[in-house]
Design a protein around this ligand. Sequence first.
Ligand code: AN7
Length: 358
Amino acid sequence: MTTVIPPPHPGVLVRYRRMLPITEDTPALTLGEGDTPLVQSVAIGRELGCRLYFKLEGCNPTGSFKDRGMVMAVAKAVEAGNRAVVCASTGNTAASAAAYAARAGLESLVVLPEGGIAAGKLAQAFAYGARVISVRGSFDTCLRLVRELGQHHPVGIVNSINPFRLEGQKTAAFEICDVLGDAPDFLALPIGNAGNITAYWRGFRQYYEQGGASQTPRLLGFQAEGAAPLVLGRPVAEPRTVASAIKIGDPASRDGALRARDESEGIIAAVSDDEILAAYRDLARQEGLFVEPASATGVAGLRRLHREQRVALQGKTVVCVLTGNGLKDPDCAVREHTPASLSPIEPTLAAIEAHLGW
Ligand code: AN7
């Protein structure tokens, strides 16, 4: 008799099978996504006076939170008989779509705004074998083109306008409740196309309604000041921010985000690029957490709301979602973290000691 040892990372489709729209015909697709660490803060939580945890979504297989929704969407594309998937992307969705398409034996096509994609993400899309198209236009233009493509060709759109993306994405809320034993008081996260905040709210509500949590959290979503359509209340024609992942002027899930804010009694606010970069540096230096710039937006936002006394975080349990890995954007890392010159010294102990001043 052979003993079957279940894999340690079965993936979100297996783990949360009963909570997801899975049928007998849905393939058991996985790259080991989900089950990401929830790590307690050692510095920034003290600064804010709360019990702060970071959800390390950069630990997913392609380095961002997108993998949770993508595994569901690509599995459903296979189930529907699609031969190819397509998405518009600021980078992470493209990397994730390309990876899961490769795994499932589908073709992938990614439509990207010219010049707006962090180097690591672009390299991933090519590495996983995607067909990459760079368009003279913004992310919002790319998404419009992808919608048109979907009307004229039999391709599966795997942007978060695909409802299966949000279904898979909500597993992050389930995991937080499972690990904490209840929902937190607050959840902070960046907003770009607004799929993630919409999915978290759906997940927390579903857990609450099924008795898995005693409360739902207040959702705190943050946009970059130069790309803050939900704060301004109107689309931004030419969004600008150092956080290229959230350089989006007309979020597809705008209504979902506003509903999440209102129903959770939450807040959507904007932070400056300088605040984002300060949080980016502090996460690495004070917490040992190297994230991409957009992923630091939650910390920047918490600091600002705390400073402006718009929320009372004192003694509360707060989860801040760190959406993507720092290696995604090496150019920003070099700009912000690496000194201009690193000149070699002689290979002796004395030279090292002289260099250190020891
Ligand atoms: C690291 O990849 O939109 O509000 O095309 O990559 O759900 O869009 C990425 C978004 C936050 C915002 N953090 O999430 C894309 C894309 C990171 C991101 C967001 C993104 P949504």
